[in-house]
Design a protein around this ligand. Structure first.
Ligand SMILES: [Zn+2]
Ligand SMILES: [Zn+2]
Length: 209
C-alpha cells in the first residue's frame, strides 16, 4: 500500500489505463474464440458409376481421403475441395463452394466430360458401338453434368452402356447425403458447425477475418 500511496496520481491513472486495455483485449480475444464460426463449406451428395452394367465399387483405399487432408490448413490442396471418406463409395464430401462433378472425378484420378468417362478400366466414349453415356440427376435424365456444381443432397447416376439399364441403376444409389449433412464426419473431417478448440484459436488469431 505504501508503494501505491507513493505513486503519483498520474502513474495510477497510467496503470489503471493499461489494466483496462489488457482486460479489454482479453475479453475481445475470448469473444473471438467463443464466437469463432465454422464458415467452411461442408455438404454431401450421392453418386453411382456404372460401366457396362457393373457398378464401380471404388474398393481401393486410395480413393478415400485421410483425415489429414481435411484440416483447415489444407485448404490449398485441390483434393481437399471434394473427396470420399471411410470407404463409403457413394458419398461425396464437398468442402468448398463451386465444386463441380468433373473436379470430383479428377480428384479420384478419373475423368468426366459430358461425352466420356475415364476410369481405372479405360476410356468410355459416348455413342461408340451402340453404347451410350447416360446421366440421371435427382431422378431426371440430363445431358450435361461435368461442369455442374455439386449441390447438397444431389443424387447422380453416371452410366455407360445400354441406356435402358439406367433407371434400375439409379435406384441402387443410396440417399444418405442428407443424413451425412446432419452429423459430423466420423473421420473428424470438417465438422458440422462444431469447431475444434485449436481451430477456434487459429481463427481468433487470424485478424483478416
Ligand atoms: Zn463430410
Ligand atoms: Zn472431407
Amino acid at each position: 500500500m505504501d508503494r501505491l500511496k507513493s505513486m503519483t496520481k498520474k502513474q495510477l491513472l497510467l496503470v489503471a489505463g493499461l489494466l483496462g486495455i489488457l482486460i479489454g483485449l482479453l475479453i475481445f480475444f475470448s469473444l473471438r474464440v467463443i464466437f469463432a464460426k465454422d464458415d467452411h463449406t461442408h455438404y454431401h451428395a450421392n453418386f453411382g458409376l456404372f460401366i457396362n452394367g457393373k457398378r464401380d465399387t471404388f474398393s481401393n483405399f486410395t480413393f478415400y481421403e485421410e483425415v489429414q487432408s481435411c484440416s483447415i490448413d489444407d485448404a490449398n490442396n485441390p483434393k481437399h475441395r471434394v473427396h470420399m471418406h471411410n470407404q463409403e463409395n457413394d458419398v461425396v464430401h464437398v468442402h468448398e463452394p463451386g465444386v463441380t462433378w468433373s473436379q470430383f472425378f479428377t480428384n479420384l484420378n478419373y475423368g468426366l466430360t459430358d461425352k466420356l468417362v475415364e476410369t481405372d478400366d479405360g476410356l468410355f466414349v459416348d455413342d461408340v458401338e451402340g453404347k451410350q453415356l447416360t446421366f440421371i440427376l435427382n431422378g431426371k435424365p440430363v445431358d450435361t453434368v461435368a461442369n455442374r456444381v455439386i449441390a447438397s443432397d444431389d443424387t447422380l447416376l453416371i452410366s455407360y452402356g445400354i441406356p435402358q439399364d439406367a433407371d434400375s441403376q439409379y435406384k441402387q444409389i443410396s440417399h444418405s447425403a442428407d443424413e451425412h449433412n446432419h452429423k459430423p464426419d466420423p473421420a473428424t473431417c470438417s465438422t458440422n458447425g462444431e469447431l475444434k478448440f485449436s481451430d477456434r484459436l487459429k481463427q481468433a488469431l487470424d485478424f483478416t477475418k
